[in-house]
Design a binder for this molecule. Structure first.
Ligand SMILES: [Zn+2]
Length: 353
């Protein structure tokens, strides 16, 4: 195992245990506090269970033989409802991310090109998708979903989306199936939304490095980017996160989990974030078509449980997104992604959120 990285700044902040439990968490407050923000949502929710953010437009039409498993998104929600992990009253619906929201991270020129289909064939090829209006809409709902999940997490302690984690998008271009960097948009928005600037930790455990996110926040001391990825996977040219942990091909559950356990608690205790955004990509799984690690379902379960419970137990809100996962069988893949929500529902119950 190769491990490298550095801490940008060692923070010594007074931690405020359970601070989010002290804010008003009722629906009226939440609705009011979200009212003037650049997105809206329907607030008719069951406050007793894990909030899950989903939109039917997380999915759009792409060619049938396309490698990107678009069909997984609605199936994740269907499986969660079918298996009674959540009820439909726990499902929150995001609105389309506005151009203003996207421009927090992306250049105005790129936002204009992305929304209006003006990217060149070369630019589109780099993203892995041919541009369509449906694709742009899908990405905007997905970004709205991550921003909303983070907002709910700040109020309630924990929330998950059924999409998100498009970490290869840079300010002026998209890459590797990622057109808009939803994690960066959410981090930037919620960091600056408060009168006292929030500190955001992005825990990116997708098998691919979170290169776009690392680049976007390379000079931002209030966002800490932690990426643990397979060194030989895309992208070939890595960026420098605040902490990169590069893993060798074929790593299995035990060593993988030991590595997460070796790093995460110390990052939480030194950086002391006000919010954690967790990219729970399932492409480290042995059966993944792109990833080169060898985690099992149980390994993913243990990983998600460790990340979420370790963070929530410190009184730090967590918003989780599904990240990457590649498999022709979208039933199997959606079930694998739903491990995240199953774990989150357990932690929600255990911690009485
Ligand atoms: Zn990935």
């Amino acid at each position: 195992m190769i491990m490298s990285g550095y801490f940008k700044i060692q923070y010594v902040w007074r931690r405020l245990p359970g601070r989010y439990t002290n804010v008003m968490r009722n629906e009226a407050y939440l609705q009011k506090s979200l009212w003037k923000r650049p997105f809206h949502t329907k607030v008719t929710k069951d406050s007793s269970g894990l909030p899950v953010v989903h939109h039917s437009k997380y999915v759009c039409d792409i060619p049938a033989n396309h490698r990107f498993p678009m069909g997984k998104f609605p199936k994740i929600l269907l499986f969660l409802l079918r298996d009674q992990i959540i009820t439909d009253k726990q499902v929150w619906t995001p609105d389309l991310a506005s151009e203003e929201l996207l421009a927090l991270v992306h250049t105005e020129e790129y936002v204009d090109k992305f929304i209006h289909g003006k990217t060149s064939p070369e630019e589109q090829k780099r993203t892995g998708f041919s541009w369509s209006d449906g694709l742009a809409t899908r990405c905007r709902y997905e970004t709205g979903g991550t921003v909303l999940a983070a907002g709910i997490a700040l109020q309630r302690g924990l929330a998950c989306s059924t999409a998100g984690g498009t970490h290869h998008a840079f300010p002026s271009y998209g890459a590797g199936f990622c057109l808009i960097n939803d994690l960066a948009v959410a981090a930037k928005y919620w960091m600056e939304e408060s009168s006292q600037k929030r500190k955001v930790l992005i825990v990116d455990l997708d098998v691919h490095q979170g290169d776009g996110t690392a680049y976007i926040f390379r000079e931002e001391p209030d966002v800490f980017t932690f990426s643990m990825h397979c060194g030989s996977n895309f992208p070939v040219r890595k960026q420098q996160s605040d902490l990169d942990v590069s893993l060798k091909d074929g790593l299995e559950d035990k060593m993988y989990l030991a590595t997460v356990q070796a790093y995460l608690p110390s990052i939480l205790d030194s950086f002391r974030p006000d919010l954690v955004l967790y990219d729970a990509g399932v492409d480290p799984h042995w059966d993944d078509e792109l990833g080169k690690l060898r985690l099992t379902d149980q390994g993913l379960y243990q990983r998600d449980l460790f990340v979420i419970d370790t963070t929530v137990s410190r009184g730090i809100p967590v918003a989780a997104v599904i990240g990457g996962g590649y498999c022709n069988d979208t039933d199997r893949l959606a079930l694998r992604h739903s491990i995240l929500h199953r774990v989150a529902a357990q932690v929600w119950k255990k911690r009485s959120l």
